[in-house]
Design a protein around this ligand. Structure first.
Ligand code: PMP
Length: 441
């Protein structure tokens, strides 16, 4: 049966499909971090809806919240008309904002995808500032629409599209391991901040009056690269001093993924605009933009869209947010992150093919390198996408689903549910090590 299904998928689904190519399975059931396919094979799912499933698959609290909506005949879809559920959802979401933002923030419900909210955020700051150009970061990812692709790194995917936003300037991200300036030892972040400041202040050939800066505090698709905390503070200072709105794309990092509800909290900064999706809808499609009220200068109808009032997503999102808060799930993120990082770092000592282990919270990446080849300026072996793909394939054979990211797709990424247990994490790490050993054998 599975072969038939997969044959149909291969024949009938667009060539542009991504994940299914790597994971030839037909999923029948899923619970927590595990999914079962139609042949009864069980897999640990460290893709978890690309970070959407904060509480794993079909968590009771989420399933019950969805069931309640159906039982109470709450309309499934209301555009963005008010319902008690929508108001409770807003209250809960506002309650987790940093205190400096809580009373003054505004929210815009957006379409089902993260990209839609990023588009809204850019439109918002363009209206508010009158600025045209956008500052984004090398290696960043903000979506797959034409405007969000303009702000993303993926050059290879953009080359056939001629009409992307013209006014995007890419700035160097503090990627310590492969420092864009060719220096190491904590200098990357300092140089990056100085470079940005200089670019903004250079009245001859700098970047005049941008509408905003968009950044991920941990680049997700870019290869689980955490931005230096001091650099984030510098970025906040530089943008605040020049009244440039700072947009933090929390689509992947938000709602606990990095160990804080919002990832910018690690730096103790407050952005002007927060973009959320994925876990904010508790595993169902939804996205929002939350922003400082003085930016709310656009007019009614400036950002519309049909699917902004999905009550099931609000119910699932509300249940997820409450559960994370009430059950102190963030503490578990901290513990499990340590467990992953410790074991992966120990593996790095044993395998020359593991060049770097990094991340924040449960957004973790392992950069796979080629120890038989040449080294870069910093003395690090070059990325090895082919080996990363073999490791991913071995993982799949051994019952573990992991995604690749980063330049050359050489970073194995772990995005497990935030409530994953110690024992499940141990099992995943054991499969990963076995798979690495098999892939290089
Ligand atoms: N921003 C970031 C940081 C993301 O990781 C993603 C998706 N991986 C997006 C935006 C786009 O979200 P979507 O795929 O829902 O459009």
């Amino acid at each position: 049966v599975q072969t038939e299904y997969l044959k149909m998928q291969n024949e009938k689904e667009s060539n542009a499909r991504s994940y299914p190519r790597h994971f030839p399975l037909v999923i029948n059931k899923a619970h927590g971090v595990k999914i079962t396919d139609t042949e009864g094979r069980v897999f640990y799912d460290c893709l978890a809806g690309a970070g959407t499933l904060a509480l794993g698959h079909n968590h009771d609290t989420v399933v019950n919240a969805i069931r309640d909506v159906l039982d109470q005949q709450i309309p499934l879809h209301t555009l963005d008309l008010a319902t008690p559920l929508k108001l409770s959802y807003m209250q809960e979401l506002f309650s987790i904002l940093p205190a400096e933002m809580r009373d003054k923030a505004k929210i815009q419900f957006c379409g089902p995808t993260g990209a839609d909210a990023v588009e809204a955020a850019i439109k918002l700051v363009k209206h508010a500032t009158g600025g045209k150009s956008i500052l984004a970061f090398q290696g960043g990812y903000h979506g797959s629409t034409q405007a969000t692709m303009s702000m993303s790194g993926n050059l290879s995917k953009k080359q056939h599209l001629q009409s992307l936003l013209p006014d995007v300037h890419f700035l160097p991200f503090p990627y310590e391991y492969r420092c864009p300036f060719g220096v190491g030892e904590g200098m990357t972040a300092r140089l990056s901040a100085q470079y940005i400041e200089n670019l903004l202040d250079d009245c001859e050939s700098g970047i005049a009056a941008p509408c905003g800066v968009i950044v991920e505090t941990v680049q997700g698709e870019g290869g689980a690269i955490p931005a230096d905390i001091e650099w984030l503070r510098e970025l906040r200072r530089i943008t605040a001093e020049r009244s440039i709105p700072l947009i933090i794309d929390e689509v992947q990092t938000g709602i606990g993924r990095t160990g804080r509800m919002f990832s910018f909290e690690h730096a103790g900064i407050v952005p002007d605009v927060i973009v959320c999706s994925k876990a904010v809808g508790g595993s169902l499609p939804m996205s929002v933009v939350i922003y400082q009220e003085e930016l709310d200068q656009w007019q009614p109808g400036a950002h519309t869209g049909t699917f902004r009032g999905n009550q099931l997503a609000m119910a699932a999102g509300l249940a997820t947010l409450r559960y994370i808060r009430e059950q102190d799930v963030l503490h578990n993120v901290h513990l499990r992150s340590e467990q992953f990082m410790n074991q992966l770092n120990a593996m790095k000592e044993r395998y020359a093919e593991i060049g770097d282990v990094r991340g924040r919270g449960l957004m973790i990446g392992v950069e796979v390198v080629d120890p038989t080849g040449r080294k870069d300026r910093l003395g690090h072996y070059l990325p090895n996408g082919a080996l990363a793909e073999s490791i991913q394939r071995e993982c799949f054979k051994n019952g573990l689903i992991v995604e690749l990211g980063g330049r050359h797709s050489a970073v194995v990424r772990f995005l497990p549910p935030l409530n994953i247990t110690e024992q499940e994490s141990g099992a995943i790490l054991a499969i990963f090590e076995k798979s690495v050993a098999e892939a290089i054998a």
